[in-house]
Each structure stands twice: as structure tokens, then as C-alpha cells.
Design a protein around this ligand. Sequence first.
Ligand SMILES: C[S@@+](CC[C@H](N)C(=O)[O-])C[C@H]1O[C@@H](n2cnc3c(N)ncnc32)[C@H](O)[C@@H]1O
Length: 270
Amino acid sequence: MNSALKATNRMSVRIRLSKGLIRLANGMKFLGLVVMKPDDLIEFTQSSYARSHQVASWSDPRLVEGGLFENETALLERIPIRSGRLLLLGVGGGREAVPLAKQGFEIIGVDFVPEMVAQAQAAARRRDVEIGGLVQDISRLQVPAASFDVIWFSAALYSSVPSRARRVEMLRRVHQALRPEGYVVCQFSWNPTLAVCSPLARRARALVDRLGFGLRRFECGDQLLLDREFHHSFVNEDEVRSEMESGGFLVKHLDIREELCKGAAILVKG
Ligand SMILES: C[S@@+](CC[C@H](N)C(=O)[O-])C[C@H]1O[C@@H](n2cnc3c(N)ncnc32)[C@H](O)[C@@H]1O
């Protein structure tokens, strides 16, 4: 055997070992996800965003100054409302809140990290606008009925709520908070490749479900994103429509961006 081939064989053992270790690490990460119940997953995400470097990066003046992304401006243009009360879910450091307030909306920003709300309000004041703030978990939203013209889920935030049941309950609360002619802009994660779980993942999931701990019903599309937060990616359009309809909404417009693994829906009361 020549020396180049021997080197290749030695390398392939190392590559096989490495692949095995990566599979093991992914398996451990999967267990890290399934041992948490929905309340734990919300707390897990909250503890990630409450870290000072997260608050600093979402409040970075360059991010806030950048304002709405192109796709968000396009979503805004699709709704026929240009003023009124807008509930911004996941306000962060105010990137969307400041330009929306400047455009004439009366903004109430919601975030479960008090420091994010404070940063968003300070960013708004520095730019000569005022925004209101609420420290709440968006999946347990508590605001007066029929009090908003627009409810806006920030950057795929909808997907950070664990379990279909909890997301549908959140939609019902949003439905209640919206005025009869109001609009919801809902951005979410999208990844059809997660529709098929590997046989190993299916077996592990069945075992965990039988043991009765964690989410109990793991849904295809559930992940821990960047080891920072829970995310459920929708895996097909039927799943999006049926979930939104269960929350009492009609899907007026659906925009899927395969290349960005993101989607957005504009909803009205059904
Ligand atoms: C990805 S950051 C986006 C911040 C800002 N909207 C932006 O795009 O610059 C998500 C924000 O949502 C907040 N958040 C995540 N899950 C939440 C929940 N369940 N309830 C309330 N706030 C939440 C986080 O604290 C964080 O400020």
C-alpha cells in the first residue's frame, strides 16, 4: 500500500470518529431539548436573552438605526393601517419600535426581559418619540380586549413559543386583544427539511414520550436554536394555516422565503 493511501485510510478513521462524536453531541442536544417542559423552555429562552451581551447586542445603536428590514417594510405596506395602536411582541432594543413610532403608530412594546423594554424606551426617547412598554411573556399575553389596531410578532418570535397548544392559546389571546378590523403580522421560522426525523431520533422521541417527561409530544420542527432559544419551524403550509385558523384567524397573505428559512403571515379575525 503506498503511503498516500495509508494516510487516506488513517484520515478516514479520524473522520469516522469525528462523525460519531458529532452524532453523539447532536443526540445529547436533542435530549437537552426534550427534557424541558414548555414552561422550562420559555424560561430557558428568557435566561439567554437576559444576559448582558444579548441586551447590549439587541440595543446596539447601529442595529436600532438600521430600522425595519426590507421584508418587514414590505409586510407593513401590505396592511391598510398607517396609524393607531400597535402592539410589538418581542421589542428588544427598539429596532422596529422606533421607526414604527416615527411613522405615526402608538407603540406598546412587549418583552420578557425588563432591561430590553427599558433600552427600547430609552432608544425611542433619544430619537424624540415615546413608546409604552410591558414586561410579559408573549405566550401568556394579558392586555385589555379589543385595544390594538395592529399586533406585530417580531422577527420569527412566534416560533419561539413551545408546543402547538401554547401557540394556539397565544393566538387566542392576540385575537382577543385585536380590534375587529385589526391586522396581525406574524413572522415565523420555516424548514420543511425538519418534517422527516431520522429513525434514531424517532426511537429516542418515542422512548422519551413513553417515559412521560419533557414536552411529552415532541413536534417535528422543534429545535434549540444557537443553543439560545427554543424554535419551532413550520414544515409545510397546511401546518401554518391550520394553526392560525385554530387561533381564530384567517390567513390573508402568506409569504414563504425558502432561502432565509423564514415565513410571514398577515392575519385578520376569522
Ligand atoms: C431576536 S430578539 C429581536 C429583538 C428586536 N425585535 C429586533 O428584531 O431587533 C427577540 C426578542 O424577543 C424577546 N422574547 C423572546 N421570547 C419572548 C417571549 N416568550 N415573551 C416576551 N419576549 C420574548 C427577547 O427577550 C428578545 O428581546
